[in-house]
Design a protein around this ligand. Structure first.
Ligand code: NDP
Ligand code: 8X3
Length: 251
């Protein structure tokens, strides 16, 4: 069976890591991206008995590092069939008047500009090879603004807009584009949002069954393995207990 190659940003944790694991088990070569090299190496060790693995350690918000890393890919990984734009996080949860400027800049630089840099480094290669599939990981925060979510929601609304824009602009080239918008998934997301406050982070997922990163990874795998004429362009996925960004049935 011919292997396709998927580049996954944010593969060191959560949704990205689970996606790398399912794709490695299902005939994809994987390019694992993230800043934490120890975690990249550990995952490479785990997956290399299943498939071909290449690690790229770079910060998506560092424009030069993004282009240098992606352009440094060896010949055997140079043809990227699938790009999973997943790297991102929320930093803080405060009303706008109390927001922290560094948090705002981080979210804009990573969730928005980082996604653009990685896409810009890869899209011309997809156009040249006349094929490709881009999955943008949005959020329910891309569809609905919630109290104190201000800048995080704005970055994810921007991802939603960019997903639609990419779908239109890349349509003449036969490149598939789609977004998956998860609701609450138990990952390191809340630990990052609350700056390592593990109790506060754990509380987010207490009293109901949240999504697991594997649930989203499974859906990503489903979306990218549809026949070529099928493009799933927009999908919102919440756990059953979640009725909207702000409505959750808790015990
Ligand atoms: P995690 O915190 O578990 O994973 C985030 C990943 O993003 C890590 O691999 C991290 O790698 C990477 N990342 C963060 N900042 C950077 C950066 N500057 N440069 C490169 N990589 C970076 O969270 P999730 O798995 O939950 O998040 C993945 C995506 O899913 C995000 O876009 C998030 O917004 C979205 N999402 C999450 C939801 C949830 O409830 N968990 C719900 C909806 C959407 P490293 O630190 O090694 O660089
Ligand atoms: C992550 C889910 O509800 O914290 O995007 O915004 S939420």
């Amino acid at each position: 069976m011919t292997h396709k190659t998927a580049l996954i940003t944010g593969a060191t944790s959560g949704i990205g890591k689970a996606t790398a694991q399912i794709l490695a088990r299902n005939n994809y070569n994987v390019i694992l991206c993230g800043r934490r090299t120890d975690r990249l190496e550990e995952l490479e060790k785990e997956l290399s008995s299943l498939t071909k693995v290449h690690c790229l350690s770079f910060d998506v918000s560092d424009k030069n590092a993004v282009f240098e890393s992606i352009n440094s890919l060896p010949e055997s990984f140079a043809k990227i069939d699938t790009l999973i734009n997943n790297a991102g996080n929320a930093h803080g949860l405060e009303p706008i008047q109390e927001g922290n400027l560094d948090d705002w800049e981080n979210m804009i630089d990573i969730n928005l500009k980082g996604l653009l840099y990685v896409s810009k480094a890869i899209i011309p290669k997809m156009i040249a090879q006349k094929s490709g599939h881009i999955i943008n990981i949005g959020s329910t925060a891309a569809k609905q603004v919630y109290p104190n979510g201000n800048v995080y929601c704005a970055t994810k609304h921007a991802v939603d807009a960019l997903n639609k824009a990419m779908k239109m602009d890349l349509n003449p080239y036969g490149i598939r584009v789609g977004a998956i918008h998860p609701g609450l998934v138990e990952t390191e997301f809340s630990q990052v949002r609350f700056k390592g406050d593990t109790e506060k982070a754990a509380n987010v997922y207490k009293g109901f069954i949240p999504l697991k990163p594997e649930d989203i990874a499974d859906i990503i795998h489903f979306v990218i393995t549809r026949p070529y004429h099928v493009n799933i362009s927009d999908m919102v996925v919440m756990c059953t207990a979640q009725g909207s960004a702000t409505i959750i049935q808790k015990d």
